[in-house]
Design a protein around this ligand. Structure first.
Ligand code: SIN
Length: 488
């Protein structure tokens, strides 16, 4: 990997302001999903290391909380500036360990940094309340205080942005932060730690612990009495386990879990706009995001035209190694992920869905052929097929035909998930009626790209709770304290 700033590539973990090997000197290999080859061996921390990291964060918390909001804000801003100054290198690290195309990785660096910039500003906008007292001898007021040490487990699909989106509000609120990045993609997290250190964020405030065992580190995080909150992004299944584990110490939690996003196109929609939105929502990160379109519902009259237009748009997809010129779909993260996508498509086709288009994969010598799944379009999908029930997490567009608004609303809401949803219509009454009736935390209306730092990201039902970004995001990292002053 040719970096302008080679200092960004680290293999040790960072906590208490010091770079650490594992206590037992173990290491694990981080692989490039496009080539299947090892990039670097990273220190493989264990439970004892995790306890040390949490202790360091706990020690640093009072002094960090005691800084003025302006001081914390300035440090966050400096971190943001350094991230943007190193955007190209950070993107290359991200593509090499995660696979997404370089242009998309650059976009993720800016996206992640935008949360740091946003919360550097929001740090200054935390307000309390004065409440009318029940009698004249009292005054009642409410203040907000940092919750304490925040632990976090972050996913491989956005190794930079999901970490930044949690660390930024935590630090802005006056919390210290210990994160365990996914074992597939620890390098982006370590690079962020290099820049946090350079920005002057004090020792113990931002800590990264890498490990090949999420359950080991997760157990320490969820059981430690020094940790006040756990913020997790990942699968609903793992989220449920972590919630159970957090019960023992009654931790506050934020859970950004799985999704099963419907993307609905009504007869009256602007089809070209819908295709544009769908291409973004379906194929971003090769389909590996929690807000990616999972189920496409097309109203019967426009189905054939829509399939024609979508096929034409999919012809522009170029699948290959994310560092190669012109590639806009990278590999999937593991061979297991490829097998899962293939089995969902096979099951749908075996039960009557038809394949409308399969793109080519354009790998180069040195690339593996086991991590790529060709962008595929199928139609005739039914709601009871596995592909409609589970997150595909791959570049497969699966179309279901519908007739009426009532029918498609029932189908769209017929899932335990409730993260993102999308619909396209030009009927202004339907915009409100349908938008309000969708059981989702996020609704894109005539828009396929809904994520940004100014808006509240989060789900309902089994997609979790808590909101990231926006004016609401910092609240998740603060406690409300009510003070009652008597004797007036
Ligand atoms: C995710 O996949 O969890 C996050 C996607 C986003 O931030 O848009």
């Amino acid at each position: 990997m040719q970096l302008r700033n080679p200092k960004l590539l680290r293999s040790e973990s960072y906590f208490g302001g010091i770079w650490h090997s594992a206590e037992n000197n173990h290491a694990f290999t981080v692989n490039n999903p496009a080539t299947g080859k090892g990039i670097i061996d990273v220190a493989d921390l264990n439970a004892i290391d995790a306890e040390h990291a949490i202790a360091a964060a706990h020690k640093a918390q009072p002094a960090w909380a005691a800084l003025t909001v302006k001081e914390r804000s300035k440090l966050l801003r400096r971190w943001f500036d350094l991230i943007m100054a190193n955007q190209d290198d950070l993107a290359l690290i991200l593509t090499t360990e995660q696979g997404k195309p370089l242009a998309e990785a650059k976009g993720e660096i800016a996206y992640g940094a935008s949360y740091i910039e946003w919360f550097a500003e929001e740090a200054k906008r935390v307000y309390g309340d004065i409440i009318a007292p029940p009698n004249n001898s009292q005054r009642l007021f409410v203040i907000k205080q940092p919750i304490g040490v925040v632990a976090s487990i972050t996913p491989w699909n956005f190794p930079n942005a999901m970490l930044a989106r949690k660390a930024a509000p935590a630090l802005a609120a006056g919390c210290t932060f210990v994160a365990k990045p996914a074992k597939e993609t620890p390098l982006s997290a370590l690079a962020l730690a290099v820049l946090a250190e350079e920005a002057g964020i004090p020792a113990g405030v931002f800590n990264i612990i890498c490990s090949s065992s999420s359950p080991t580190i997760g157990k320490v995080m969820t059981s430690s009495p020094l940790v006040s909150k756990l913020s997790f992004t990942g699968s609903t299944q793992v989220g449920k386990t972590l919630l159970e584990q957090c019960a023992g110490t009654v931790k506050k939690t934020s859970m950004e879990l799985g999704g099963n996003a419907p993307f609905i196109i009504f007869n009256d929609a602007n089809l070209d706009l819908a295709i544009k939105g769908l291409m973004t929502s379906k194929f971003r990160n090769a389909g590996q995001t929690c807000v990616c379109t999972n189920r496409i519902y097309v109203q019967r009259d426009i189905h054939d035209t829509f399939v024609e237009k979508l096929t034409a748009a999919m012809e522009s997809l170029n699948t290959g190694n994310g560092t190669a010129d012109g590639v806009n779909i990278g590999p999937l993260i593991t061979t297991k992920a490829v097998a899962k996508v293939a089995s969902l498509v096979d099951e749908a086709v075996a039960n009557g869905a038809s394949v409308k288009y399969v793109a080519k994969v354009n790998t180069n010598p040195g690339d593996t052929d086991t991590h790529f799944y060709p962008p595929t379009l199928i139609s005739g999908v039914k709601n009871n097929m596995q592909i409609s029930r589970e997150e595909i997490f791959g570049p497969v567009a699966a179309i279901t035909i519908f007739d009426t608004e009532e029918e498609v609303l029932a189908a769209a809401n017929d899932t335990e998930f409730g993260l993102a949803s999308y619909f396209y219509t030009n009927d202004i009454s339907r915009v409100w009626r349908f938008g309000e009736a969708l059981e989702y935390g996020i609704v894109g209306i005539n828009e396929g790209l809904i994520s940004n730092e100014m808006a509240p990201f989060g789900g309902i039902k089994e997609s979790g709770f808590g909101r990231e970004g926006s004016k609401y995001g910092i609240e998740d990292y603060m406690e409300i304290k009510y003070m009652c002053l008597g004797g007036i």
